[in-house]
Design a protein around this ligand. Sequence first.
Ligand code: SAM
Length: 276
Amino acid sequence: MEYPNLKAIINDVQFKFNKSLGQNFITDKNLLDAIVADSGVTDEDTVVEIGTGGGTLTRAIASVAKRVISFEVDKNLQSVLALSLQGVENAEVVFKDVLKMSDDALREIVGDSFKVVANLPYYITTPLVMRLLESTLDVKTITVMVQQEVADRFVAAANTADYAAITLAIQSAGSAYITRKVNRRMFYPVPNVDSAVVRIDVDRTKLQGEDKALIHRLIRSAFAMRRKTLANNLSVALDMDKQTVTDRLVAAGYPPMVRGEALTLDDYIKLSKLFA
Ligand code: SAM
């Protein structure tokens, strides 16, 4: 499939970039095809893209997927997309904010089961990934281009500075890995940060039979005040006496001053039983 010259189109229709919407587009065909290859999308997949931009990634996904539904909030891109997506029959652009849509509203447009591929505006990365992981829809994989530091957080190991509540939220619903690093010069216009592509293979059976709500609450509270001990954070979140919390942690084999960042997902599952 031929790739139209996005820079020329943007110039022709005099499109004005909106910096506050994180509009940094990819025009390099090799990179676009590589992201799609990383996502594992095949001609049997419906793909949801978030942030159509100039439609270059949309076109690359459409060249292998069964169907692409791409969400964009900036209606000013309509004139760009009319040209850049010309001749692409299996892609449709929806001018709506996915973050503001219910599962039912999303299901009506995209169906029950899909893969997600997106080059995300940086400010919605974490809420969007959380939104998808918590959704009742069958999201099979999430392949996203994110800021390098965010990618590091997604795949961090316990006891490192990057380890965060989002790391554990991802681990509890699947597994994540970085498929490639992308230099900032690959974007137009060039942003201030480098990026990386992360693929999350969703596995909803990971917390099957466990108290998911409590586990997520424990994780959120353990990282609420990073510098405080786990006992301190949990006593606030669970409204329990700090000594009682410490005694239970110690009885379960944890040091009294342990911090939330030292615990793995298995530890949080164990804690959910301790504090059920
Ligand atoms: N996919 C394109 C690419 O790879 O070149 C564009 C990527 S650009 C980083 C992100 C796009 O997301 C922008 O076009 C921006 O307008 C759009 N956007 C920002 N917030 C959004 C939201 N809440 N929902 C959907 N799209 C959004």
